[in-house]
Design a protein around this ligand. Structure first.
Ligand SMILES: C[S@@+](CC[C@H](N)C(=O)[O-])C[C@H]1O[C@@H](n2cnc3c(N)ncnc32)[C@H](O)[C@@H]1O
Length: 448
């Protein structure tokens, strides 16, 4: 199944979650519709096999450049033409040999079997055996010489991040993308006690970082709806609204509902809006598990007709380049042209969202993108064309004292290379890349 998934992701720009149908934490894109012929693969597999197939696919995408180079250097005549799933089979084998804890013989035998079962890869079964055995023998040298920035990051992203953050930081971002991220959760209440029960680490921002690799559904509190999976950086934008019980909130582009749950748990009257039916269904299921009451509305935010709210959160569709640690497919499925196209959509959604904020109310705009056009530049252009809004600077204290996450303008900018200092002196690494700005709409008195 991992070979099928890789072929589909690399060939058709489908996403990991589209194929493995995981749900939690999936970042939506402008293209909510799946390409023809797509759909969850391997539904016949049991959950453990499915999880393994996902782990192999994720590892292969995380270090795709390294694996392709290792394979290419061991194919004297390059990849044969019309060889069906041969490349995907080699990638799956190499990922297991180099990156996962799979015995060499099992990885090689499985790959050879896969080649024998594919009519076009069949003639190359012996080649698969030879290439993978050589990769196993050269494992240490391959891993010692491969660099996630130089090899595993597409050149256009390398250039963009170097321009935006400097090459040294861009290298640290790529290095963070090369490591498997921890699982963070948000709790409805009583984070210190849940951190203890789950054996996790309470982060200064209030999220809990799990340390065990137990499937989340088997952990205490999951079934009873006490918490949900959410990257610690993704949990920050909803907090910036500082909602009070009973306030009305429009959560725009809400599915699968991580931020909706935070707002509802804070006691706000939340209307969650998303245009993708399947994603909205997932949001409803999540709220049901969490026992949180939320009004759900299927609509396009760009033409949403709704009474203005005390607070509006716009988690706009974006390139999701801040989530490559969790979704390494993004590095290979996104294209340079996607950035201006998404920025144009964000521009339009932001303008419409502005009209849904009560006078004196607050608008938080956020994206999980590392690209300034989807963050800082989007907001400076918005403020220039909306004089009735001003930026309300975010403080380090609101982010658990993590001052490095606050920009000079007072916005939130987290990077995958972030370090999180704990009270005991330990430093944890890694957050998803997020941008958020808090904007206040002037009251009538302020305007006059
Ligand atoms: C970044 S995800 C939202 C993540 C969500 N806020 C959370 O915290 O779980 C973006 C969402 O925007 C939705 N979306 C994209 N364009 C939209 C539009 N024009 N109107 C409404 N929803 C849209 C997608 O379906 C996707 O669910």
């Amino acid at each position: 199944m991992a070979a099928v998934a890789l072929t589909r992701i690399l060939g058709h720009s489908e996403g990991l979650d589209d194929l493995f149908e995981s749900g939690a934490g999936r970042r939506g894109t402008a293209r909510d519709k799946k390409p023809a012929g797509s759909g969850p693969a391997g539904t016949e597999l049991d959950p453990r096999d499915r999880a393994l197939a996902r782990a192999i696919t994720t590892a292969a995408l995380r270090r795709l450049g390294t694996l392709r180079q290792a394979i290419g250097e061991r194919l004297q005549k390059g990849l044969p033409r019309n060889s069906g799933a041969l490349e995907a089979i080699l990638l799956v084998g190499a990922a297991q040999l180099l990156l996962l804890d799979v015995p060499d013989h099992a990885a090689v035998t499985t790959a050879v079997d896969l080649a024998r079962r594919d009519s076009r890869a069949f003639p190359y079964a012996k080649l698969v055996n030879a290439v993978l055995r050589r990769i196993a023998a050269d494992r240490d040298a391959i891993l010692a010489t491969s660099d996630p920035f130089d090899i595993d990051t597409p050149p256009w992203l390398r250039a963009r991040w170097s321009d935006a953050y400097g090459e040294a930081t861009a290298r640290q971002i790529a290095s963070a993308h090369g490591r498997e991220p921890s699982v963070d959760i948000t709790v409805k209440a009583d984070a210190p006690s849940w951190a203890e029960q789950l054996g996790g680490i309470l982060l200064p921002t209030g999220s809990i970082r799990l340390t065990a690799r137990t499937p989340v559904v088997d952990l205490p509190g999951y079934g009873e709806g006490a918490w949900w999976v959410q990257d610690a950086a993704a949990a920050l934008p909803a907090k910036l609204l500082k909602v009070k019980p009973g306030e009305t909130v429009l959560d725009l582009c809400a599915a699968p509902g991580g931020k909706t749950a935070q707002l509802a748990a804070a006691g706000a009257k939340v209307t969650a809006v998303d245009r993708a039916e399947a994603r909205l269904d997932r949001l409803k299921a999540n709220m049901h598990r969490l026992k949180l009451a939320v009004t759900c509305l299927r609509a396009d935010v760009g033409s949403l007709d709704h009474a203005p709210a005390d607070a509006v959160l716009l988690d706009a569709p974006c390139s999701a380049t801040g989530t490559i640690r969790r979704h390494p497919d993004v590095a290979w499925t996104k294209r340079p042209d996607d950035i201006p196209a998404l920025a144009a959509i964000q521009f339009q959604l932001l303008d419409h969202a502005a009209g849904l904020v009560k006078r004196g109310g607050v608008l938080v705009y956020c994206t999980c993108s590392l690209e300034p056009e989807e963050g800082e530049l989007q907001i400076s252009a918005f403020l220039a064309r909306h004089p009735d809004f001003h930026r309300e600077a975010i403080t380090a204290a609101e982010l658990g004292g993590l001052g490095d996450l606050v920009t000079r303008d007072g916005d939130l900018r987290s990077l995958p290379s972030a370090s999180i200092p704990l009270a005991d002196g330990t430093i944890l690494d890694g957050l998803d890349g997020f941008y958020a700005a808090r904007l206040r709409r002037a009251t009538p008195a302020e305007i006059n």
